[in-house]
Ligand binder design. Structure first.
Ligand code: SAH
Ligand code: SF4
Ligand code: F3S
Length: 455
């Protein structure tokens, strides 16, 4: 049967009254994959529900990057097992990064025999077929490909927002940082063709999208798997020409691979947002080497200084791991020192988590939990101090805010982002959602800015 036939089957026979629930863990890649899942489920005629107890199909899009992410998934799976045993008739699909991170898949499936479909990150297009098969097969259906076929992928999404969109420019990762599970869960790196990416964004713009976030685990190696001389700076240049796209963001950059051309794009491309997320992971050369990151602290600082020379207004954010195996107090102090030297706008701080299958997980010099926690807290203090300092500088300034939504904490307030990726809360009519509005900043804290509309 073709995909169209599976879709027809569901529409005609099964699913007009069926509801689906998608639960997403992990990063923007997963969020975006879930937008694709939502599209596919709606083509089958099903309706989305936010209440999983009301769903006929529950899709869990999983993350395995740290134990905390995996525990959350397992917690939810535990609840569902209980519900299924109480004879509730619903199907469970587990997708995303966890299936490929499992070392002992048979054992996982034995413990989780209530899962109907286990699928990988690269084959969402097969979801209708897998759902069809699971109607007739009581065993768990396993199809965990991580081989992306970028040419024939059908990329349609039920997007979370009308005014901004995620766009995949590449899949997978070849870096094998020694702590990281992602190369095992998302397979080898492969780039989408430049024209395909530009076409997708042109269509998005025609539909009112003003901001795109280009997604890839290592966007600076974009083009390496393509014929011809294509690289990330060329892609940025082409996207910058697309009418209607006012903000171009990208995630994530690898410090080794960010080229001078990309850095200079902050000077030459008017629509490139003034924000760079450049994960450093550690400030110690010894640790960086053992992480297999292929740059030194000095290399990193030199790239940051080039950015700062272009403009001191470009917001800088990063990821840091504390407690990598063998990290000494001195190594940690190098990290603290780097944090203070750069003065990041914000930092995603992580405690090292042993991921089975990665090199660092098997080292014998693991750092005791209490030392990791103590370093983590010291790092957080430094990070928060820098973030507050950066945010306080906005007070009194007028900024352009792309309005995202009604604020989660106060329904009379709107929430949006500056070009520099700062969250701004301000009073305004919900009609403004999707517009770019001028806001005068009146107050600031560590994580956000407050303001009033600047007429
Ligand atoms: N491709 C991106 C990041 C992907 S994972 C990059 O290279 O920057 C997101 C972040 O999770 C990483 O930057 C790292 O800081 C963190 N991370 C990954 N594996 C981890 C582990 N085993 N323990 C703790 N943090 C981890
Ligand atoms: Fe993981 Fe490193 Fe690849 Fe990022 S670049 S996804 S941290 S292996
Ligand atoms: Fe998690 Fe996979 Fe993203 S492991 S962080 S969902 S790439």
């Amino acid at each position: 049967m073709t995909n169209e036939e599976y879709i027809k089957f569901f529409k005609e026979n099964k699913s007009s009254n069926n509801k689906f629930h998608v639960r997403t863990y992990g990063c923007q890649m997963n969020e975006h994959d879930s937008e694709q899942v939502e599209f596919i489920m709606s083509t089958l005629g099903m309706k989305k529900t936010d209440d999983y107890t009301d769903a006929d199909y529950i899709i869990i899009n999983t993350c395995a990057v740290r134990a905390t992410a995996e525990n959350k998934v397992n917690g939810f799976l535990g609840i569902l097992k209980h519900e299924k045993e109480r004879n509730k008739d619903f199907k469970i699909v587990v997708s995303g990064c966890l299936p490929n991170a499992e070392k002992d898949l048979d054992e996982f499936l034995r413990l989780n025999n209530h899962i109907d479909i286990l699928m990988g990150t690269a084959n969402y297009n097969k979801l209708p077929e897998l759902l069809y098969n699971s109607l007739y097969d009581k065993k768990t259906i396993v199809d965990i490909s991580d081989q992306y076929d970028v040419e024939s992928m059908d990329l349609n999404y039920n997007r979370m927002y009308n005014h901004k969109a995620f766009v995949n420019i590449m899949y997978g990762c070849n870096n094998f940082c020694t702590y990281c599970i992602v190369p095992y869960t998302r397979g080898r790196e492969v780039s989408r063709k430049l024209d395909d990416v530009v076409d997708e964004i042109t269509k998005l713009s025609a539909n009112g999208v003003k901001e795109v976030t280009l997604l890839g685990q290592n966007v600076n190696s974009y083009g390496k798997t393509l014929d011809g001389n294509v690289d990330f700076s060329m892609l940025l240049k082409e996207i910058n020409k697309i009418d209607g796209i006012k903000r171009i963001r990208f995630m994530t950059s690898h410090p080794r691979d960010i080229s001078d051309e990309v850095i200079n794009s902050y000077k030459t491309l008017g629509n490139l947002s003034k924000h760079l997320h450049l994960p450093v992971q550690s400030g110690s050369n010894k640790v960086l080497k053992e992480m297999n990151r292929h740059y030194t602290r000095e290399d990193y600082l030199s790239k940051i200084n080039k950015i700062k020379e272009i403009s001191s207004d470009i917001a800088l954010t990063t990821d840091i791991i504390v407690g990598f195996p063998g990290e000494t107090e001195e190594d940690f102090l190098d990290t603290l020192d780097l944090v203070n030297e750069v003065g990041f706008d914000s930092v995603f701080t992580f405690i090292f988590s042993q991921r089975e299958g990665t090199k660092a997980a098997y080292r014998e010099d693991q750092i005791p939990h209490d030392i990791k926690m103590e370093r983590f807290n010291r790092l957080l203090d430094a990070v928060n101090k820098n973030a507050l300092e950066k945010n306080l500088k906005y007070i009194g300034k007028s900024v352009l805010v792309l309005v995202d939504e009604i604020s989660k904490t106060d329904e009379n307030m709107l929430s949006g982002k500056t070009d520099t990726f700062k969250t701004v809360n301000f009073k305004g009519d919900k009609e403004l959602i999707g517009d770019i509005v001028k806001v005068k900043i009146t107050d600031a804290n560590t994580f956000s800015l407050q303001g009033i509309i600047d007429e």
